[in-house]
Design a protein around this ligand. Sequence first.
Ligand code: GCO
Ligand code: MN
Ligand code: MN
Length: 388
Amino acid sequence: MTEYTPKPEHKFTFGLWTVGNIGRDPFGGPVREQKTPAELVRLLGEVGAYGVNFHDNDLIPIDATAAEAEAIKKDFRKALADTGVVVPMATTNLFSDPIFKDGAFTSNDPKVRAYALQKTMNAIDLGVEFGAKTYVFWGGREGTETDSSKSAVESIKRSREAMNFLCEYVLDKKYDLKLALEAKPNEPRGDIYNSTTGHMLAFIETLDHPEMVGVNPEVAHEHMSGLNFMHGVAQAWEAGKLFHIDLNDQYPGRYDQDLRFGSRDIKAAFYLVKFLEDVKYNGPRHFDAHAYRTEDYEGVKDFARGCIRTYLILKEKAAQFNADKEVQAVLAEINADDGSMKQYFGKYSAEKASALKAQAFDRAALGRRGLRYERLDQVTIDILLGSR
Ligand code: GCO
Ligand code: MN
Ligand code: MN
């Protein structure tokens, strides 16, 4: 039996807000006491995490004095040094304070938009101070409940202007920092702009510095929309835009659950892990999830260890799938190519087009061919259930 021990090269990370989640929900107050950032780093060290991420205000409360901020940073830095936990990513809280109730970069109020830029620049400085190489933007309140209130076109323009400004800021400061945009369809707003990874990929191409900006797709956010997460991740990867990833789980059509990775849709989680491992994704594997409200801090550790363990088990299953002779035989069969169509593919030419128009196809025979996907899927299930 493999040990499933996390190693630094796996880059398993957690946000301070994930293991630090105190179990508050819309129907009830906290069930766990608040731990300090330094205590959370020590907890992460204990479960074998490689890194910790934070929102500016996870580390420094929004109304902390300069002296308080210094003291918190000192403790945090010491905990990082003692545990070897690193900070690969940081982000801004642009959603908790009442000032952001109608959004940050897309607020109708220019004072709110300007404050959001100021807060983000400060938060970028803080992230870079602790070594962050990726900066995430999740526009949790960049949306509406009523579309009478905001122009959807103006909101996209405001988002673009903000991202262009912040890219220039990063360049001006000569920070070694990539920016990653995280989409979510709704919650906390009724509807959020740029609601899927696909929307974000299109939006990025309209920026002044698209090369600096990629995506941070999250399992739950795409599952909330009923989408195939791995397909979105693959598209981002193919575009060279998979800068970061948020791993968790989620039943479609429900409130935002942030379940332990792989705890709900094990098959989707398997295809995702297989994809990330097959393409050799080497960015952080960030678990953006939290423990059930039923748990104390021992349960929080169970949750964090569970995320890591499930990932590593699925990684092993992916290797087993790739090495399986029957799987490989079916894949070879369904991908068979006798080369007879080769001349029709690739770059267009008028000659190619007219030759292709003259080609005869045995439509009925091609349509009759069984593809053996039932067998392939059952083998996959057998591998996942451990009976193969
Ligand atoms: C959510 C989001 C957040 C972001 C975080 C980092 O659903 O609340 O996933 O957890 O990932 O703000 O930007
Ligand atoms: Mn989320
Ligand atoms: Mn997230």
